[in-house]
Design a binder for this molecule. Sequence first.
Ligand code: AMP
Length: 114
Amino acid sequence: MADCLFCRIVAGEIPADIVAENDGAVAFRDVNPVAPTHALVIPREHLENVAEIAAKASATLGDVLGLAAEVAAKEGIAETGYRLVANTGRDGHQTVFHAHVHVLGGRSMGWPPG
Ligand code: AMP
């Protein structure tokens, strides 16, 4: 989608600090990190949220979650632990409507989340 920020990152039209990629997904550092490690894993295909990935491209879920695990390993947080977050819709405070999973780690996470 021409007017989608994350589609433009996938296309290389907007710069991003790419951490890892595979056939179906791309991971890059969040521009406004809230933890020592904060990356976003997104499907290459434009899908609005994780539910839409599951409904329309379920194989891509494996690409996204597999890449999240790879990012955690690369960042050295696989052993200490990390959090995957997929904000969805208004109450989930989703602000970019191209599906993404936040990979957060490098510090202890609070619970419950705000
Ligand atoms: P969400 O609120 O779950 O939709 O998360 C969207 C995330 O995208 C936020 O954490 C933003 O900081 C991040 N973000 C927005 N624009 C960019 C960008 N150009 N490069 C990297 N991350 C971005």
